[in-house]
Ligand binder design. Structure first.
Ligand SMILES: CCCCCCCCCCCCCCCCCCCCCCCCCCCCCC(=O)SCCNC(=O)CCNC(=O)[C@H](O)C(C)(C)COP(=O)(O)OP(=O)(O)OC[C@H]1O[C@@H](n2cnc3c(N)ncnc32)[C@H](O)[C@@H]1OP(=O)(O)O
Ligand SMILES: NC(=O)C1=CN([C@@H]2O[C@H](COP(=O)(O)OP(=O)(O)OC[C@H]3O[C@@H](n4cnc5c(N)ncnc54)[C@H](OP(=O)(O)O)[C@@H]3O)[C@@H](O)[C@H]2O)C=CC1
Length: 515
């Protein structure tokens, strides 16, 4: 019997960010392995015209939850969606709901965050710092609370090359930042943002670091732990391989490469691609929840959930395997044939952006205009190149994360728990994982039918022919222009033509003689 699964039995669990990528997988695993848990409270806001109930209904009726419904048929009754907007004071939670949360909650998993790289400092601080502070304040008033698990990121200290499982201080105290954002206007905030984030690449990594400081400062006598996953990718094994439902991290770029939009990227092939499957992160999170509540470590422990030091894979290998998978399982209606290479130099990157990205987009838009349609490719391409430029920081260097706490926890688990809550990435076969990831992107994210693969392959053949035709036409035009201007080119041209003519005449004469 799994000790971890038994621990969550009968518990009331509060999850923030349950509608997000990681939150959904966390709920799924909890219900599947501990169907006798009492209730999962999820803090949700209405979104995209959907009420809380509609959002929960959609999640529970998705493919991800198919297995859960078999082991926990009354899952609908065990999930309690509570209206909450983490941007508001007290999260906008009603008095009755707040009372219930304060008196019943046993465990908190704080997953909610803004993960956007381009968020304003004000919004990122509100969600990643102030909301964390408020949640800790709520937690400190929960008499039955056994553990508070905060999800951070392995990149919160990406300004360092070697990162230990400790909380590093930021030069400016989070409280000072929260206070000053209250009275500073947006223009001034934008001006001071680069100075505050310093050598971090964006407001996301900076505010996640501030969030960790807040956790440390407000921990009081609660049992708290911090988990730092690296780049979270599709599921490895559970509930089935390849599940993914958003464009964050590599997923969006995998689509862009598969559709033939992204053909070159400034990336260092030998740099470590520290990807970690979402089910691995969830297994570690649940194990940490158990360990923190039962063993009550004296201080706040930080756990790195990374793959690089156990089972490294680099961007070159990953990119190669992504392309190899597209050969077998292409995406439908590609813009161009998937092809890409890594460049490490700025000039080559600019050249590739102009020739491989912008020029085809302009030509396609010209074609759309000619056929009376609205041009859209240039806009889409500019957006993609902006996204790619934000990712460049992460694909051109390697980091080293120490994993003492994660390894310690692994050794504390029973063999059964090591199996049910497996977070040992040494067992991960990258080639198989990446293939399933690409397949998952096609099936679950793009919702493409596998029956469409032959047509997708046909489409790629047509694109190849168009490509050859286009290149030949381009060559002939260039050559024609050249021989119009240069005597030397004309001489070469006449030499080639007369040579071909003589060769053909000889060939025709010899075949006539044979007859
Ligand atoms: C030896 C030689 C070897 C040679 C090998 C040769 C082969 C080479 C083959 C190369 C193949 C290339 C394959 C490429 C794949 C590999 C490359 C890997 C890249 C890896 C990137 C890793 C980055 C990891 C960073 C990790 C940091 C820390 C991790 C975390 O803690 S948090 C999670 C990370 N967070 C994110 O990813 C969020 C990023 N998103 C944003 O910040 C924003 O969404 C935005 C990207 C800035 C876009 O903002 P906008 O306001 O412009 O748009 P909006 O969000 O409203 O969306 C607009 C439309 O764009 C779509 N979209 C959103 N996000 C993405 C995305 N990431 N990629 C693509 N598209 C995206 C969105 O859906 C909207 O679409 P619409 O609705 O249709 O308009
Ligand atoms: N994905 C990754 O690669 C990595 C993620 N992490 C961390 O893991 C955690 C989960 O990330 P992930 O699941 O990928 O992120 P998602 O963007 O998929 O999910 C974010 C969640 O936060 C919720 N949320 C955001 N704003 C609010 C708000 N104002 N009020 C209520 N809820 C809100 C979202 O709700 P809604 O659905 O309503 O928008 C959603 O449920 C985050 O803390 C992130 O920093 C760490 C490393 C890597």
């Amino acid at each position: 019997m799994s000790m971890i699964a038994a621990f969550y039995g009968g518990k009331s669990i509060l999850i923030t960010g349950a509608t997000g990528f990681m939150g959904k997988v966390l709920m799924e695993k909890l219900f599947r392995t501990s169907p006798d848990l009492k209730v999962i409270y999820i803090l949700v806001r209405p979104k995209a015209g959907q009420t809380l109930q509609q959002r929960v209904f959609q999640i529970l009726n998705s493919k991800l939850f198919e297995k859960v419904k078999e082991v926990c048929p009354n899952v609908h009754e065990k999930i309690r969606a509570i209206y909450a907007d983490l941007n508001q004071n007290d999260f906008g939670i009603s008095k009755e709901d707040m009372q219930e949360l304060l008196s019943c909650t046993n465990i908190i998993f704080h997953c909610a965050a803004t993960v956007r790289f381009d968020d304003t400092l004000r919004h990122a601080v509100q969600l990643n710092v102030t909301a964390t502070q408020q949640l800790l304040l709520m937690a400190s008033q929960m008499p039955k609370l056994e553990a508070f698990i905060h999800i951070s990121t392995a990149f919160s200290n990406c300004n360092l090359k070697h990162i230990d499982e400790v909380i590093y201080p930021c030069p400016v105290e989070p409280k000072k930042i929260i206070d000053s954002l209250e009275w500073l206007d947006d223009a001034i905030i934008d001006e001071i943002t680069p100075k505050l984030i310093g050598d971090r690449p964006n407001t996301y990594t900076y505010t996640k670091a501030l969030g960790e400081m807040v956790v440390q400062q407000e921990s009081g006598n609660m049992n708290i732990a911090i988990i730092r996953p690296s780049i979270v990718g599709a599921t490895w094994q559970e509930p089935f391989p390849g599940w993914v439902d958003n464009l964050n991290g590599p997923s969006g770029l995998i689509i862009a490469a598969g559709k033939g939009f992204l053909r070159a990227i400034k990336a260092t092939p030998m740099a470590v691609a520290d990807l970690i499957p979402v089910d691995t992160v969830v297994n570690l999170t649940l194990a940490v929840g158990w360990y923190t509540a039962v063993h009550r470590p004296k201080s706040t422990l930080v756990y790195h959930c990374t793959s690089g030091n156990f089972n490294p894979c680099n961007w070159g290998k990953m990119g190669f395997q992504i392309l190899a998978t597209f050969e077998k399982i292409p995406l439908e209606r590609a813009f161009r044939r998937p092809y890409a290479d890594f460049t490490t130099n700025n000039f080559t990157t600019q050249y590739r952006n102009a020739v491989s990205h912008r020029a085809p987009a302009i030509i396609y838009d010209f074609y759309l205009r000619l056929t009376g349609r609205k041009p859209r490719m240039t806009k889409l391409m500019n957006r993609l190149l902006r996204t790619v430029s934000m990712m460049e920081y992460f694909v051109n260097q390697s980091w080293e994360w120490s994993t003492y706490n994660t390894e310690m926890l692994m050794s504390e688990l029973s063999p059964e728990d090591q199996r049910v809550f497996n977070f040992d990435v040494r067992q991960l076969n990258w080639l198989e994982y990446i293939e399933n990831y690409v397949l998952g992107v096609k099936k679950y994210l793009l919702k493409e039918d596998m029956a469409g693969i032959p047509e997708a392959k046909q489409h790629l053949k047509r694109l190849r022919n168009i490509h050859y035709l286009f290149n030949t036409a381009l060559f002939l035009i260039a050559w024609r222009l050249l021989i119009a201007r240069s005597q030397m080119a004309r001489n070469v041209w006449f030499f080639i033509v007369s040579f071909c003519y003589k060769f053909l005449s000889y060939f025709r004469a010899s075949s006539t003689l044979k007859v």
